[in-house]
Ligand binder design. Structure first.
Ligand SMILES: [Zn+2]
Length: 511
């Protein structure tokens, strides 16, 4: 079956910039692949039998990619927990209701598709314990049923889950509180490691394919043993350098931890372990030093940046412009916490664009542009989630993942100069709600804003019913216990931090 996806503009590849744009263009899709791109009139003549999607007045572009999500469907805020410092939220999240993985995954996928994401990387969090394998399999199957393309990484921390430096923290507590905290803080790190690699092997064997990627995630660089990290790297390399995805330097506490524990930065520590490589992806990477960035560039690691999450969680601002300047691939992730709390990846690109148009003193400083930002959700994002050269652009032979976006509001409300390029118009003015149709692997997953793979209204009803139940009294007791420990954790960390940090961005000046 052949389909011509037609647009007033087709952006085939953000990396090709203006030369990648075809006016009055079309993408010929055959089966699950892109077969050709070109002028609509010419392709139509060659393929008169092809079905047509798009009215010729829209924008067609590669499907956008969320390179870092935890697949929560409902955000923490929607589940009653406001965003705060990560270290505080780790205690607070216990108050969130837990919904069935089928339900939450379908919701997450629908929210992504509606706003123009065709591929999600679900980084599972603490995939461990007896139910972990079933839960992971259920989640993966639920994604695939919605039609979204999936990259899935089971993730665990095998030490220091409650606080960093467990022993030091426990020593600050009274005997009574230590008895409460100890069972929560101690882990059997070897058991978690063994269970993790068995689970990963099973998922990889079952689901890794041309259409779906499974890769590794020692969840936090700071909360895994060196043995675990090295084993993950060896396993990833053995499987052909599949990605390893790690949270790293999200907070100043994590930065201080590495300096205390290893006497060097987390990046220098990872480099010494042999973890820094082209298949290593570091999520957040906010509290990196100039020397860290040099090391990251030297080893060709990649970064996912989640600007709204970073603002919401008071993490700080990733020096994205500097990372890019040094040739580091940066992909966008939403991390379940977007500016409008709706998983709109287009808004997240706009946030990225605005946040990293770095202020400064020299008027001839170059600036982040729309194509570079678009690459963060297409080419770069595809490469960090294991789809380099397969997704993230519309070239013959690549997977047919593309979106059709209405331009009427952007161009005619009430007027737009034809001097402004379409990539700029998209990055400055588009919204997720402008996405009209979504094609993933050649399949029309959303047509004229109607999801074709499931009953969206029924799903929303189910989610409301499940979330209304709230949490059990046992879960509430556990959550309240954690709250008791929280102020002690805060005092513990507060002793670690330097009074003054050296900022990358000078955003204002007192004198
Ligand atoms: Zn995350």
């Amino acid at each position: 079956m052949k389909t011509l996806v037609r647009g007033k503009y087709v952006i085939t590849d953000a990396a090709a910039r203006e030369t990648g744009i075809i006016e009055d263009g079309a993408v010929l899709v055959e089966g699950k692949y892109v077969r050709a791109t070109g002028r609509f009139a010419e392709l139509r003549q060659l393929h008169p039998e092809a079905a047509v999607v798009g009215d010729g007045q829209q924008l067609v572009l590669p499907g956008l990619i969320d390179a870092h999500s935890h697949g929560r469907g409902l955000s923490p805020l929607q589940k009653g927990v406001p965003n705060d410092f990560l270290e505080n939220n780790l205690f607070d999240w216990a108050f969130m209701p837990v919904l069935d993985p089928e339900l939450i995954t379908a919701l997450c996928a629908v929210r992504h598709i509606r706003n123009g994401s065709t591929l999600i990387h679900n980084n599972a969090f603490d995939t461990t314990g007896s139910g972990a394998a079933d839960q992971a399999a259920t989640t993966i199957k639920a994604y695939l049923a919605t039609g979204i393309r999936l990259a899935y990484s089971p993730g665990v921390r095998n030490i220091d889950r409650l606080v960093l430096d467990t022993d030091g923290f426990l020593a600050t507590l009274s005997a009574e509180l230590r008895a409460v905290a100890e069972p929560l803080a101690r882990t059997d790190s070897k058991l978690i490691e063994e269970e993790y690699f068995a689970l990963f092997a099973e998922l990889y064997r079952t689901y890794q394919s041309e259409d779906t990627r499974i890769f590794l995630s020692p969840s936090w660089a700071q909360a895994c043993t060196a043995e675990f990290l090295i084993r993950a790297k060896e396993e990833a390399d053995r499987l052909g350098k599949i990605p390893i995805h790690m949270h790293c330097l999200q907070t100043p506490v994590q930065k201080a931890f590495s300096l205390r524990k290893y006497g060097k930065t987390a990046i220098a520590y990872l480099a010494d372990l042999g973890l820094l490589d082209e298949n290593t992806v570091l999520a957040h990477s906010i509290w990196v030093t100039q020397e860290d960035i040099r090391l990251m560039a030297e080893h060709n690691v990649a970064v996912t940046s989640h600007p709204s999450c970073n603002l919401g969680m008071r993490n700080g601002i990733t020096p994205v412009y500097e990372l890019l300047r040094q040739g580091i691939r940066v992909a966008v992730g939403m991390d379940d916490k977007t500016i409008n709390d709706d998983e709109d990846i287009i808004m997240e690109l706009r946030m990225m664009h605005k946040l990293h148009r770095v202020p400064g003193y020299r008027l001839d400083t170059p600036v982040l542009d729309a194509f570079t930002v678009l690459e963060m959700a297409t080419g770069h994002a595809a490469s960090v989630v294991g789809f380099a050269g397969k997704a993230g652009a519309l070239r013959p032979g690549m997977l047919a993942d593309l979106i059709v976006v209405d331009l009427d509001r952007m161009l005619n409300s009430p007027w737009m100069s034809d001097q402004t390029g379409i990539a700029d118009i998209f990055i400055h003015r588009a919204l997720g709600t402008d996405v009209a149709s979504v094609i993933i692997g050649g399949r029309l997953v959303m047509e004229d804003r109607k999801i074709t793979t499931l009953d969206e209204e029924a799903l929303y009803r189910e989610v409301r019913k499940a979330a209304d139940k709230g949490i059990t009294s046992a879960m509430r007791r556990q959550a309240e216990t954690l709250q008791q420990l929280k102020p002690y954790c805060q005092s513990w960390y507060n002793t670690w931090l330097e009074p003054e940090q050296h900022a990358f961005y000078q955003v204002n000046s007192r004198r």
